[in-house]
Design a protein around this ligand. Sequence first.
Ligand code: RIB
Ligand code: CA
Length: 309
Amino acid sequence: MKTKKIILDCDPGHDDAISIILAASQPSLDILGITTVSGNAEIEKTTRNALKICDLVSLNDVLVSKGASEPFIRIRETAPGIHGDSGLDGPELPEPSRSWSAEHGCDTIIRLIKGADDPVTILPTGPLTNIALALLKAPEIKDNIEEIVLMGGGTFGNWTPTAEFNIWADPEAAKKVFDSGIPLVVMGLDITHQALATKEVIDQVQEIDNDVARIVGELLEFFASTYKEMFNFSGAPVHDVLTVAYCVAPELFTTKEVNITVETKGEFTAGTTSIDLHGITGRKVNAKYGLELDTEGFWKMMIEALKTY
Ligand code: RIB
Ligand code: CA
């Protein structure tokens, strides 16, 4: 079977962690490497968390490289209120069995893309600092990128009234990526809020008798509790997992070809994604934007994937 070569760029983070777990279960995906970025927690924490999850799913031969420790120019902010102080509060996970690579995450992205025999799909699920750095340092990598399937943005916000966290955290980096001309698939809050891990879903996960499912259940329980407290949600939106799910089963998604650009100047609107859903600006289409999720099909896929561990 021809596999899809992917790089996961992430800030674990509960939903990032579940993305890694889903990706590792899919024979159709070839994870070339995992790079981390500061976001949900500081870079050392997000990187240790990525390594812990790699141990959990035996991704022992996949390189994990530490990337940007802060945004291009903005002051770093993290999200302990949602992911806990460790960035992955909830389950008890053993200390990582290995350390991160000495190579910077952005250099890993450049090296893996340049060395790949087939075009690579990048799945950023945190602030876009590493991706923008890689494009600045080696713009020629565009020639071997299939597409970028990212979690970020929305027609509303979750960190400010109009901006979603990943884009808000580094709007300058995000603008670089959105203006790059690379084919984009954007999973924003409009679709990720359809992927809620409710009690019913968590109960199904906890019925699966293996360690990975047990940890996922504990991750979801913690994540659902903070979303209940912060936003009164009836479940945890597993935002990032939709990037992997799209690569595995795009038929679960309804997308629309639109122009998306990023506001970087507004005092109150920096990090806002201007999503031209009705083509009123005349700006060139640069992305497929996720609108509808086959939620039942998504959770069915997730449960089946967890049963394979
Ligand atoms: O706004 C949701 C995004 O911010 C997700 O990627 C989550 O992991 C956090 O990074
Ligand atoms: Ca994330």
